[in-house]
Design a binder for this molecule. Structure first.
Ligand code: 5AD
Ligand code: SF4
Length: 433
């Protein structure tokens, strides 16, 4: 089985990207070879997402269209959709041979090695702490480190707790070790990942204490984290963010809706007022903090008035950017029982209105950066010109630095000269050692 080539494709969130990296690391350690050439691969692996129906449809379409074109090519479906659909996936394409769920994918090397012609579906759930070690690979400057898996929140629309299981936190010393390994391999920024990092708990260590531990025991210059649940977003964390330059001043704080009635039905456990209060405290402590969010429109029962409240909140808060979604029924969730009563055209109209509002706000906020100096980690050459470099400022906004490609991999001070709703453009004003 050695020296077989695998091709790996990833759908969905950053957690899946992290897991794909782990799969790559497990397989290459076992002697498999990664290829970017799908047709030349012996095994095509799809790491899938179930969060919305659209994500599943895309992956199903892909699975159907993979054709071995004469060569014996096997398909492995892993991740959330594998966990949710199990052996149903075997009938999507006769080349699907392995279906490995969110707690089984780490066995992938043994499973592929022992392949004896039979189909293998493993969606067993082990609700025990996980700790798999991945080898850093590639040249990127920024990487992910998972600090917890699963979710206990059961927001009524969300499939994640069902496909990723209960919350399990990783020991702080293993997190620190992984960050230090990435640092030694040239990373300058790490993202601490979890479905709800704010509920991290290991013995007596909570998330803000974990950040303190990471600051003390690593030298990684930039630390970001994702995702925060507003109900657990604490004053201690705000103070921790404000107190250390290495913690980036950007936060993703999904609001989901601006209506108390909808938030209650969503089981989000906060009101719009409480959410606003946290935003105010955050801005009091860190005036230039970059705030992004997730919003769902067309949740069951969402009235015009509920939707108006969402628009009002967006107008009041002025997010730097937002991910906005139409509600998508997920089978087995609590919201499935509420029915899907908002017609598709109403969902689309609301989404369109919200996107237009947010775009206007993003444009205005980005334009306010013109003339300011931003510290940017120059990560890659810009698409438009090989002389320019792209990166993120401290808050996480995208910046193109004119003439920056000479300094790739470095932090630079960039003076912002122009902007669009999604990108700032500026000139190098200085470099940071
Ligand atoms: N329908 C639409 N959007 C959803 N999300 C999660 N579940 C659903 C669903 N059933 C969105 C939420 C979440 C983001 C990752 O995806 O906004 O924060
Ligand atoms: Fe889903 Fe809510 Fe958990 Fe996020 S916090 S993963 S939206 S259940």
């Amino acid at each position: 089985m050695k020296n077989k080539k695998f091709y790996l494709e990833t759908y969905g969130c950053q957690m899946n990207e992290y897991d794909s990296h782990l799969v790559e690391s497990l397989l290459t350690s076992a002697g498999f070879e990664k290829t970017e050439d799908e047709k030349g691969a012996d095994i095509v692996i799809l790491n899938t997402c179930s969060v919305r129906q659209h994500a599943e449809e895309r992956a199903l379409g892909r699975i159907r269209s993979i054709s071995s074109a004469g060569k014996r090519q096997e398909i492995a479906v892993i991740g959330c959709m594998a966990q949710r659909m199990g052996d149903e996936l075997l009938s999507v394409n006769s080349d699907v041979k392995y279906v490995l769920g969110t707690d089984s994918f780490y066995k992938i090397a043994e499973i592929l090695e022992s392949g004896n012609g039979s189909h293998i579906v493993d969606i067993s759930c082990r609700d025990e702490p996980f700790d798999y070690e991945s080898k850093p690979s590639g040249q990127s400057l920024s990487d992910y480190v998972t600090i917890m898996r699963g979710c206990d929140n059961f927001c009524s629309y969300c499939i994640v707790p069902y496909v990723r299981g209960r919350e399990r936190c990783r020991p702080p010393e293993r997190i620190v070790e992984e960050i230090n390994r990435l640092d030694q391999n040239g990373r300058k920024e790490i993202w601490l990942l979890g479905q709800n990092v704010n509920s991290y708990k290991f013995d007596s260590m909570d998330f803000s204490a974990l950040l303190g531990n990471v600051l003390e025991n690593t030298e990684i210059p930039r630390i970001r984290f994702l995702t925060s649940h507003p109900k657990d977003f604490s004053q201690a964390l705000i103070e921790r963010m404000a107190s250390d330059k290495r913690i980036c001043k950007g936060i993703h704080l999904p609001m989901q809706s601006g209506s108390d009635a909808v938030l209650k039905k969503m089981n989000r456990k906060y009101t719009a007022g409480e959410y606003l209060d946290k935003i105010r405290k955050l801005r009091e402590a860190i005036s230039d903090v970059v705030i992004t969010t997730d919003i769902i429109v067309g949740f069951p029962g969402e009235s015009e008035d509920d939707f108006r409240r969402t628009l009002d909140m967006v107008e009041e808060i002025e997010y730097d950017s937002a991910f906005m979604f139409r509600y998508s029924v997920r089978s087995g969730t609590r919201a499935e029982k509420f029915g899907d009563d908002i017609p598709e055209e109403v969902k689309l109209e609301r989404l369109d209105q919200l996107i237009r509002l947010q775009k206007r706000i993003s444009e205005k906020k980005m334009a306010a950066q013109i003339g300011r100096l931003q510290t940017v980690l120059l990560e890659r050459t810009a698409k438009q010109s090989a002389q320019d470099a792209r990166g993120k400022n401290d808050g996480g906004l995208n910046v193109v630095a004119r003439g920056g490609s000479k300094y790739l991999g470095e932090f630079a001070d960039v003076e912002i000269k122009s902007s669009s709703y999604s990108t700032l453009v500026g000139e190098i004003a200085g470099r940071q050692e």
